[in-house]
Design a binder for this molecule. Structure first.
Ligand code: ADP
Length: 418
């Protein structure tokens, strides 16, 4: 039955032909709107009554269009916000089905966010602890927070917050979950805790010795002059050690200071390696001479690159001091350099005691020592290489080491030439 006949069948005797045509046009328009053509506008009616009707219909369509535009704008905004969030966000309905999740959650839980909508949480999330947490929030209808291990293999730690949504507000959404990857934060906390524990331990040893010898001096009226001098020398040695540790800690703290790092205030200057090596040789001359170690300037030191002169000098001096500390008397330490493909590499090579392969990976960690007793005997703090690594990294470079036990060690600092 056509539209015209449908309408005429109701009002056959009440409508003129012209009115019938107008009604038919309206009905055709309504069909188009029903099919989703919201931009459709009804042609103005020819009579006053039909004009009022078509005007109202058009106003209604405009409002509808505005409201839909507003809804889709809000939806776009919501999607953009969710997509740009670092936190994973997931909404789950009363039947434990996922109704929304953002990109971050896809990455965090290694799921394809476009494939999981409508699936049950238990089908998508493999971590049993996380599943239990989600079930608990949904069943108890209480907000909750938990920290859990995402996967044993890579030790990822997440913090998940779940918040139930009152049913009256959102028919189908039962709870929203926000997940944060806090692996890095926890790792840094552990590094800090270890660091504090290490510093305390390092400081405790000389302090305990100093205290012990001072007490011995105070209690012992029978000590000979020779004993007293020996005790005082030991106290001085431990005080020097304390001083060295604190100085190195201060250097590290300064290097880690946001001022230097974040604002790029490194103050780079194009300088030749030769100039810095010469002043580093002068700084270490005394220590070298006590063990008759020979400092040699090898090939390539005429090369220049943008550097912070005092920091680079500090790095070279630390390496020279180590080379002296861990070489036998009469050893040779050579500084050389080479340049290729926009990279400058500075080598500090000694023919000292060398380092066994399995130590090399951890060598640049703070307070890591191959031989604790030896390091302490030669006045090491365990921070020298950590400082060198930090300096190189501030220059956006990297450090490597090559060593053969009994033959010697070469530290190589790699910098960009620009
Ligand atoms: P330390 O103050 O103990 O020397 P570093 O951080 O400078 O601390 O070095 C860490 C450890 O690396 C040292 O304790 C030492 O065992 C080893 N090491 C560093 N440089 C050399 C080297 N040139 N030859 C052999 N071993 C070295």
């Amino acid at each position: 039955m056509s539209a015209k006949s449908k309408l005429y069948s109701f009002f056959p005797s009440l409508l003129t032909d012209e009115q019938g045509n107008e009604l038919e046009a309206i009905e055709q328009g309504l069909d188009r709107v029903t099919q989703g053509e919201l931009s459709y506008r009804f042609p103005k009616g020819r009579t006053k009554e039909f004009r009022r009707l078509t005007d109202r219909l058009n106003t209604m369509l405009e409002r509808l269009q505005d409201q839909l535009d507003e809804v889709s704008k809000q939806k776009n905004e919501q999607e953009t916000i969710l997509a740009s969030m670092l936190e994973g966000v997931m909404a789950v309905d009363t039947e434990h089905k996922i109704i929304l999740c953002n990109d971050a959650i896809g990455q965090l839980l290694s799921i394809d966010k476009t494939q999981v909508t409508g699936l049950k949480v238990s089908e998508v999330i493999k971590n049993a602890q996380l599943q239990r947490f989600i079930t608990q929030v949904l069943e108890e209808e209480n907000e909750n927070e938990q920290e859990l291990n995402l996967s044993a293999s890579d030790n990822r730690i997440i913090q998940v917050y779940g918040c139930p949504i009152p049913r009256s507000d959102f028919e189908s959404t039962a709870a929203v979950f926000v997940i944060n990857d806090i692996t890095r934060v926890r790792r840094l906390e552990n590094v800090r805790k270890d660091f504090v524990a290490n510093v305390s331990h390092e400081l405790k040893t000389p302090i305990t010795s100093i205290k012990g010898f001072v007490e011995t001096l105070l209690n012992g009226s029978t000590h000979t002059e020779q004993d007293r001098t020996r005790f005082l020398e030991i106290i001085l040695r431990h005080a020097d050690r304390l001083n060295a540790i604190i100085e190195d800690l201060l250097i590290l703290a300064r290097l880690e200071d946001g001022d230097v790092k974040d604002r790029g205030e490194l103050g780079l200057e194009e300088k030749s390696i030769h100039e810095v090596v010469q002043s580093a040789f002068e700084l270490c001359e005394f220590k070298g001479k006590t063990k008759e170690i020979q400092f040699v300037e090898g090939k390539g030191t005429e090369i220049s690159f943008p550097m912070n002169v005092s920091l680079f000098e500090q790095a070279i001096s630390n390496l020279l001091e180590n080379a002296v500390k861990y070489s036998n008397p009469g050893g040779i330490v050579e500084v050389s350099a080479e340049s290729s493909n926009g990279t400058v590499t500075v080598h500090v090579k000694d023919n000292g005691v060398g380092i066994e392969e399995h130590h090399l990976k951890r060598l640049f960690e703070r307070f890591y020592r191959v031989d604790k007793a030896r390091s302490r005997d030669v006045g090491g703090t365990g921070l020298g290489l950590a400082i060198v690594k930090h300096i190189v990294q501030l220059h956006k470079g990297w450090i490597s080491v090559d060593s053969t036990p009994g033959k010697g060690t070469t530290f190589s600092l790699h910098f960009s030439k620009v």
